[in-house]
Design a protein around this ligand. Structure first.
Ligand SMILES: NC(=O)c1ccc[n+]([C@@H]2O[C@H](COP(=O)([O-])OP(=O)(O)OC[C@H]3O[C@@H](n4cnc5c(N)ncnc54)[C@H](OP(=O)(O)O)[C@@H]3O)[C@@H](O)[C@H]2O)c1
Length: 324
């Protein structure tokens, strides 16, 4: 597995997203043993970058990751997120006040069973707290050794600049894949200007680009995708063409669609480390092997030229929290 640098933090260029082991998708939380085996297999395959968040579960995903990493903590770059749970009861979905950051980090450290978080992201920008105050609190946590590097998620260019002026931002994590191209226009150029790394989340288009989702009937009502505009009726039918194109390139190169979706992202730059999510050993093996898949210039151009997916990436309340 090749490694890249997110600013000055070295990570495997393919990571592992742990969210779906406990949260968000059909089947989450049903097989802890297989989830733990998946984390262990990822480590054996050279994946050193593990992603979780306080809000996944909530809390249970960090606990699971903490258990899975027992005795193996030093082998990984461990990333988690704060800011979508208010510990003081503030309403509105986001709380990145300094007091909340301080409470959140103690909980994450405890659940992850560790003395430091390698990369600590704000999960969504908090309109109620100036970013300078949040980053000021994070800088103190760096000084105290509780966190090593700081990140932002779904932050727009202005917020990134303001945050970076207070303390270096190591990485921004936002949705990016052939399913979601939004960061290309405004955010990626700023990250490159400032030397900040980029972590694409949902790099398989929440599973859509793997070609295994051909009907929305397969989602249970708690599944994030059940009321997601990209997965509903007309948009879903329209978007199937994207999955079909990825599958066509996969057939040409003798890889799987998931591997092609990841290989396309890896070809976007050495400052990018996607974190595909799975709770299954076989899929972490498949996804990690994308490190060795090479796409020709022609195949890359064909994929890059695909039209954007139809429909918003989140439902209405989720969209209100996105800065792009
Ligand atoms: N910052 C944020 O706001 C944010 C938001 C969402 C996600 N994330 C992070 O990003 C990570 C990855 O994103 P994601 O999990 O949303 O989406 P993703 O990686 O695009 O796709 C995950 C989905 O695809 C399935 N899958 C994985 N590999 C597959 C393969 N080879 N073939 C067929 N299906 C496959 C998984 O099912 P199985 O698990 O059953 O294999 C799961 O349903 C998350 O785990 C989380 O850590 C961050």
């Amino acid at each position: 597995m090749k490694h890249i640098r997110l600013r000055d933090l070295e990570v495997s260029r393919i990571g592992l997203g742990a969210m779906g082991m406990s949260h968000g998708y059909t089947g989450a939380g049903t097989d802890e043993a297989e989830s733990v085996r998946t984390v262990h297999r990822a480590l054996e395959l050279g994946v050193t970058f593990i992603d979780t968040a306080e809000v996944y579960g909530p809390y249970t995903n960090e606990e699971l990751v903490g258990r899975a990493l027992k005795g193996r903590r030093d082998q990984v770059v461990l990333a988690t997120k704060f800011g979508l749970i208010s510990h003081s009861g503030r309403e509105g979905g986001t709380d990145s006040s300094p007091a909340n950051v301080r409470t959140a980090v103690e909980g994450s450290l405890r659940r992850l069973d560790t003395d430091r978080i390698d990369l600590y992201y704000q999960h969504r920008v908090d309109p109620g707290t100036p970013i300078e105050e949040t980053v000021g609190a994070l800088a103190e946590l760096v000084q105290e050794g509780k966190i090593r590097y700081i990140g932002l998620s779904e932050a727009g260019p202005d917020t990134v600049r303001r945050a970076h002026a207070v303390h270096p931002v190591t990485a921004v994590q936002s949705e990016y894949s052939l399913f979601t191209r939004d960061p290309e226009a405004r955010v990626l150029p700023v990250l490159r200007e400032l030397g900040i790394g980029f972590v694409p989340f949902s790099p398989l288009g929440r599973g859509f680009l793997t070609g295994t989702i051909r009907s929305t009937d397969q989602f249970d009502p708690t599944d994030f995708r059940a009321d997601n505009p990209r997965f509903t009726e007309e948009n879903f039918r329209h978007n199937l063409r994207l999955a079909d194109e990825v599958a066509a390139v996969a057939a040409q190169v003798g890889a799987t669609p998931a591997q092609v979706a990841l290989a396309w992202l890896l070809a976007r730059g050495d400052d990018i480390a996607p974190i595909p999510g799975t709770k299954r050993v076989a899929r972490v093996e498949e996804n990690s092997a994308a490190d060795a898949v090479r796409l020709s210039d022609e195949q890359l151009a064909r994929l890059t030229g695909l039209p954007p997916a139809a429909g918003d990436t989140h439902n209405e309340s989720g969209m209100r929290m996105m800065e792009r």
